[in-house]
Design a protein. Structure first.
Length: 164
């Protein structure tokens, strides 16, 4: 089980281009009582720049290394899969767990995410309350869940066992 670091100053990075989804995630995040700072970038290229500490993200005091990344797949400039591939090609960077949080329930997206090193694959629930419930349920670890079907937990397709 992945436990969120005890250091409440280690940020979580949300890579999401839909402002409504960012709003819903922030609300769910607060409702779950998580104290980690939340950094948000709006596209895949910006995620890579953040992780590389490049461009406007060069100052690690302002943009510290994230303890966890929530990554959408359908992004402008570079897709979530391209971000995962980039991370895998950077052996000098410290490891960072990546949870795919996407509206795509396509099995090929799940499989590709797994191949590229995603820790978990979560399908965005259709309602903000369901997202808050998902985050609350997993706030201490984002445990064995690898895939969800909205508010219900599906089979953990990464581990081959029931999730939740």
């Amino acid at each position: 089980m992945l436990n969120l670091p005890m250091n409440s100053f280690a940020p979580l990075l949300l890579v999401e281009d839909n402002e409504d989804d960012v709003f819903i995630f922030r609300r769910a995040f607060r409702r779950a009582g998580l104290s980690h700072p939340l950094q948000v970038v709006a596209d895949g290229q910006e995620a890579i720049e953040y992780l590389a500490g490049a461009g406007r993200y060069v100052d690690r005091a302002l943009y510290p290394w994230p303890s966890l990344v929530f990554l959408d797949l359908k992004l402008p400039r570079r897709s979530g899969h391209e971000v995962l591939a980039w991370i895998a090609e950077q052996p000098e960077l410290p490891g960072v767990p990546v949870i795919v949080l996407t509206s795509s329930a396509e099995s090929r997206d799940l499989q590709r995410s797994r191949e590229l090193g995603a820790l978990h694959y979560l399908v965005k629930p259709p309602a903000s309350d369901a997202l808050a419930e998902l985050i609350e349920t997993h706030r201490s670890g984002f445990g064995p869940v690898a895939a969800t079907d909205g508010a219900r937990f599906a089979v953990d397709k990464f581990a081959g066992r029931p999730a939740g």
